[in-house]
Design a protein around this ligand. Structure first.
Ligand code: MN
Ligand code: MN
Length: 460
């Protein structure tokens, strides 16, 4: 089996395009740390390229034809993009689905408290994290506070170099003998991941048992016009502060928060915007809640996505329930999610022949799941053969991999949810080092090759 390395294969011209793509992708990451920000950023991107709001088209009952481009959002956290192809939708669509939520710490409904002169925000972690990785690093607060009158207050604190950050403390090594005896999973409990948000009390003359908390509340009032009770209807996410960075002396990698799964989400959107001559209707779905099981009105199990496809079919004059069922079952889907990557520092966790390598290109995971493939979507060999043919024709570099050594754990994606419609589905995305850590790492070449692969898929 030949394994390619993108860097060895690329022409000067392709390297130039790769750097342009990496720049655009990093810019996107800086404006899309949360699912809400990602949703807004994608809508802004596609509106510039002539995509129209489906909600408006439905109201006007405007007929759609080949080449028309539409988008729809749901609760500001999920997006679907569609470009109408030459063939009727009943004959199937080319779909790429990815997710735009990432592991993080969510602020609890009653979060603010003071302990011995330090004010904290209580958090509840979201997604599968190694808790010890999230302490002692600069953190930012992103999200919204919705007031009772419906006013939305947008919060984004800690990203500008002049703005303060927040953090979680750890014990100094000098007196950590007892702490260091704990196993890594016990080092920090979920309840211990509370954010330090203040240390300055209100003035002495004011009689107050919690003077630091009072000061924080005063500032929240001043900055965001919010009361303590407004935390009840807020969605505040604590994420690593700072921008995406190039990594390595050779600048071959990107280090940034939330690349699972924005690296695939961005690739899918970019591919759709740049693909030419699409015969079939092309669809990009960006779902929320993947990291916690894909439930909820904005998760992949929500009817939102199929509702929007049904609406578009209606506007295309394809009315029947049967046509919809045929459209779904004859579609081809790439479940665009990140894959693990072989880490030479942890070689015992991998079976090298069947691992993905940094710089090895777009990754296919034929199976996911754990304990004997349990819970896996297993892609059909026929489908994989057809995809290999397309990617080889377009000179896209790809690799096939499993997540790690058998029985070390496993993973799940949204692929099984769409496979329920009986369509062809395979997991296919970018390899990520430090996955689910505050700062995840990808190879620029893999991010670029992922986009090239998705584009080839849409064009065939
Ligand atoms: Mn993912
Ligand atoms: Mn994940």
């Amino acid at each position: 089996m030949e394994r390619k390395n993108c860097w060895k294969e690329y022409s000067e011209k392709r390297l130039e395009k790769l750097e342009d793509y990496a720049k655009e992708y990093m810019h996107f990451l800086n404006h899309a740390k949360t699912e809400r920000e990602c949703c807004d950023t994608v809508v802004n991107m596609v509106e510039k390229e002539g995509f129209e709001d489906l909600a408006k088209l439905i109201k006007e009952q405007k007929k759609l034809k080949e080449g028309d481009k539409v988008y729809a959002t749901w609760m500001n956290k999920a997006v679907i993009l569609m470009q109408i192809g030459k063939k009727p939708m009943e004959q199937g669509m080319n779909m790429i689905v990815s997710h735009i939520d990432s592991p993080r710490l969510d602020v609890k409904p009653d979060p603010l408290y003071e302990k011995e002169g330090v004010a904290y925000l209580d958090t509840h972690y979201y997604g599968g994290i190694k808790k010890y990785q999230w302490v002692t690093i600069p953190l930012a607060i992103h999200g919204v506070v919705i007031k009772k009158d419906g006013t939305t207050i947008e919060v984004c604190l800690g990203e500008d170099k002049d703005e303060p950050v927040v953090f979680i403390s750890d014990l100094l090594p000098h007196i950590s003998q007892e702490q260091m005896e704990k196993t890594a999973d016990k080092l920090f409990s979920g309840e211990a991941l509370d954010i330090v948000i203040g240390n300055r009390p209100v003035k002495k003359e004011e009689e107050d048992k919690e003077p630091v908390k009072t000061k924080v509340l005063e500032l929240l009032q001043e900055y965001y016009d919010m009361e303590e009770e407004d935390f009840l209807s807020a969605e505040l996410e604590i994420v690593p502060a700072g921008k995406a960075r190039e990594a390595g002396l050779d600048r071959s990698m990107i280090m940034a928060y939330g690349q699972d799964d924005k690296v695939c989400a961005y690739a899918a959107v970019h591919a759709l915007l740049h693909a030419k001559d699409m015969i079939k209707t092309s669809v990009v779905m960006l779902a929320d809640k993947e990291e916690i099981g894909s439930y909820g009105a904005t998760g992949m199990t929500s009817r939102f996505f199929e509702n929007m496809i049904a609406e578009v079919m209606h506007l295309c004059g394809e009315e029947s329930e049967l046509a919809f069922r045929r459209a779904m079952s004859s579609s081809n889907l790439l479940s665009a999610d990140v894959s693990s990557v072989y880490d030479p520092m942890f070689e015992e966790a991998f079976e090298k022949k069947n691992a993905a390598f940094l710089g090895g290109g777009l990754v296919f995971n034929k199976v996911t799941g754990s304990r004997g493939k349990s819970g896996a979507n297993d892609a059909n060999a026929e489908y994989l053969a057809a995809l290999r043919a397309i990617l080889d024709e377009e000179e896209v570099i790809y690799q096939f991999a499993e997540y790690g050594r058998i029985d070390l754990g496993g993973s799940g994606t949204v692929s099984h949810i769409l496979a329920e419609y009986a369509m062809n589905v395979v997991d296919c995305g970018t390899a990520v080092m430090n996955m689910h850590a505050p700062y995840e790492v990808t190879s620029k070449a893999d991010a670029y090759e992922t986009m090239r692969g998705y584009k080839a898929f849409f064009e065939h």
